[in-house]
Design a protein around this ligand. Structure first.
Ligand SMILES: [Zn+2]
Length: 119
């Protein structure tokens, strides 16, 4: 019987410079300072405040009885105030995903005219 060749490992060691973490309702892919922010007591407190105010209703599409993702209207990396209530909105998963994708496209200089006109 022929011997099978030894296979080299196909998985490489992950870099510790980039971290993906899921904390609460925020998926964060970034360097450590942002992870620290989303893990902070201050963020958790205001996130809970927004979620309670929304009463499981998306503030954009009106979907009810849904999980609320607290979103920075002006994102942190665009200079938005991290803990300012007026910069926070409670969105359903679909609206949060659309908004995040649109902002990302705008940041990359492609089309996308902002949060108001995503539909
Ligand atoms: Zn929605």
């Amino acid at each position: 019987m022929a011997r099978l060749p030894t296979l080299r490992p196909t998985l490489r060691t992950l870099s510790t410079r980039s971290v993906v973490a899921i904390r609460g309702d925020a998926m964060v892919r970034s360097a450590k300072p942002t992870l620290d922010f989303y893990g902070s007591a201050a963020w958790k407190a205001i996130r809970l405040e927004v979620q309670r105010a929304c009463k499981r209703t998306c503030q954009r599409c009106g979907k009810t009885d849904t999980r609320i993702y607290v979103d920075h209207i002006i994102e942190l990396q665009d200079g938005g105030a991290p803990l300012e209530r007026s910069n926070l909105i409670g969105l359903c998963a679909v609206c949060h995903g659309k908004k995040t994708a649109a902002v990302r496209l705008e940041r990359q200089g492609r089309t996308g005219s902002g949060f108001v006109s995503l539909d």
